[in-house]
Design a protein around this ligand. Sequence first.
Ligand SMILES: Cc1ncc(COP(=O)(O)O)c(C=O)c1O
Length: 387
Amino acid sequence: MALPDFPWDALAPHAERARRAPGGIVDLSVGTPVDPTPALLRDALAAASDAPGYPQVWGTPAVREAVAAWFARRRGVPGLDPDGVMPTPGSKELVAWLPTLLGLGPGDVVVHPLVAYPTYDVGARLAGAAPLPLDDVASLPSPVVDLPGGGTGRVRLVWLNSPSNPTGAVDDVRRLAEVVAWAREHDVVVAGDECYAELGWAPAEGCAHGEVDVDERGDLVPPSVLDPRATGGDSRGVLSVYSLSKQSNLAGYRAAFVAGCPALVRHLVGVRKHAGVIVPRPVQEVLRTALGDDAHVAEQKEHYRARRAVLRDALAAAGGRVERSDAGLYLWTTFDEPAMDTVARLADRGVLVAPGTFYGAAGERHVRVALTATDERVSAAAERLRG
Ligand SMILES: Cc1ncc(COP(=O)(O)O)c(C=O)c1O
């Protein structure tokens, strides 16, 4: 199955126009961190730089134990088996290859959210399986489904993405439990892509969040798909995919992991040993260190909180309406017009945003505004949006 055009290429002319604006471009189109990698983590990299031997695909026991301890401390998932953990060189790589690693192919279906990070679709196509955008998989009477292009296929893998890129929507425990129960009944794997979980904000006014917890600040705490309220305390068939790119400013290090069902993780490790997909040993040490330190994550979150408030107000002043965006690094915004019209209008003011169409047809009247710019660039964007 052919791969789609790389969506970001379509933004190039708008980026060019935005660059010519007085004061230069404010690029809020990509969620790439701009603040420094914390010194603690750079030091951990330096301290682990003597690494002459091959690292293990499975990761060191210390890094796997650090992931289990983090799940218990931060995600409400006690007792995760460290055997069910594998570091990955960024999570985009795993998202793109998981269907292939699971042995999916023609006749198999990968379900992903209707408005979604494009790599779920790409991963299905790379495996020769069919992607199926669908939010309410748990309501399907059977895993055998009609495909949009004709014919039928059997659902083998369901991607959840909470908090969502791009909408910032959060799945509550009840929804996670429904999807896990449906998938177990039909022998389908569930993978929850959760890399924005540490970036919960106050629930939006009137937003029904069922069984979602809040922390001592009143911030929403997005539950993991491995939450025992969703899995019954049994991770069979369930994986959580996680990345430190955003929460720890480590996108350049490629520090991520997958955790959950030990049998599935053992299978993934087995295949990847043959393919040589390994997180460098020094990065495994950074991963271990980062997961043991909550302070740098909390500090970074405050930078995003401030930028989010500035941009949210400025978008409203410009006539935009921010929807959902209850967690994560994006403001999912509509100006009640086609997405590309908004992109073009904002690019004229030097502010580059991503059209919702990058995330599926259902995003045709939204744009995604990233919080990943410096305070100076965010203020510049706010001034231009208001002006
Ligand atoms: C939903 C989602 N999953 C996965 C990734 C990939 O993150 P990384 O490859 O940096 O670990 C991203 C990055 O933007 C994302 O938004």
